[in-house]
Design a protein around this ligand. Sequence first.
Ligand code: ZN
Length: 442
Amino acid sequence: MQKFRKLTLTAVLVLVHAAASFGTSFESSAERPDQPLRWRSKVVPIAISSSLLRPAPNVRSGTDIEAALRRSLKTWEEVSGIEFRVTYTDRQSVSAQTSGDGISLVTIAATAENVLLFSKNALEVAATTRVYYDGRGRITEADVVLNPYQQFSSDGTFGSFDLESTLTHEIGHVLGLDHSPMRGSVMYDNFAKNGLFGIQGFLHRTLSEMDRAAVRVKYGQTDAGSDCCGSIATRLTYPEGKPAAGVDVWAEEAETGRVAAQGITSAEGVFEFSGLKDGEYSIYSARKERSKRSIPAQHLGNVVVGSGESGLLAKKLESGPAQADMKLTGLNGQLTYNSIPINSGKSYTIYVGGANLSGDDVSISFSSPLLFVLPGSVTEHDYGEGLSVLSFEVAAAPDTPIGEYSIFIDVPGAGRAAVVGGVAVREFINPYSNLVFAERNP
Ligand SMILES: [Zn+2]
């Protein structure tokens, strides 16, 4: 592929709000049960509507929709032990809201029933999945509807949604998964069209470690033998001793720095990371502003877990300045809440934005030993309106595994903040690299 070179660094950034999102409704005659939703059997039927097999006005001509669907099914099959049994049907419409028909349909037909699903948000939502389940949380049916008002493609056509990424997300819902708080996850609820950052929207074709952990918890792991699953319970208290509720916590593989899971502590200050592979994990908490005291982002400790084991990490949070608030990540002049896809073995100029990030001796770093911020590359940009924007150059080692990595910032006097999974290493090419490392073994 022809490599493009970025010729100018722009100080004018465009803030791209939620590029699009997904809708999901969980339908049942009973109240949603406490236990998580899952299929009773590991064989899940999927019926392909004939609407996917003929040219659709909102799908780029020549696109093989069925092939994209089958790739997305395979992506989940490989990590879940689920087998999708695919059939074909002339049915076009999602089942009624009140009762399913027992057929899990994937459709793109612009029928009245399907269009109704997008009546409130036709311009924002790529697709929606309606899940039916019984009082014991067993899924009985899940219908996926691609938004008839959105454009789709499989070749990265700018301005359209990537079919495989969209379907991979929706199939996650079919399996009973909820949204993930981690940007970069397939199950993250904010989803970019092709062309965000000037690159293809293939980020969500690839499951994050967090997506894998979520499906392992539901269905167990059958592909890779016995290394599943461990868990780590994190119990946090504030400096004065009260339970630290509502704190964002995440776990990273200690060796690579790759994000393994993320969640928010309960009213008791507890969050349990589950579905973890054997290994050592570094546990972190995010900044939290409170009325009395502020808590900066911090490393809570490391825990080793083995198969079937549950580790415990009880920790009193340390208070400190926490005015530095980093939320946005960007590339090529666009700042978003999405993860920035980069390639291993290359370096990129990445932007971060938020509040109170500027000042002398600001330091940006990665917890991963495989990602390096180039010395002297941190640059402040005048964006105005109270938004604080910096750029820096990051280099990823050639052997950096596919996955998501967290960006940390230390602002003297304003504390430490982090964007969990702000950078995602992917195989598809992000052509906006600044240099290419020499391969180790040419
Ligand atoms: Zn969704």
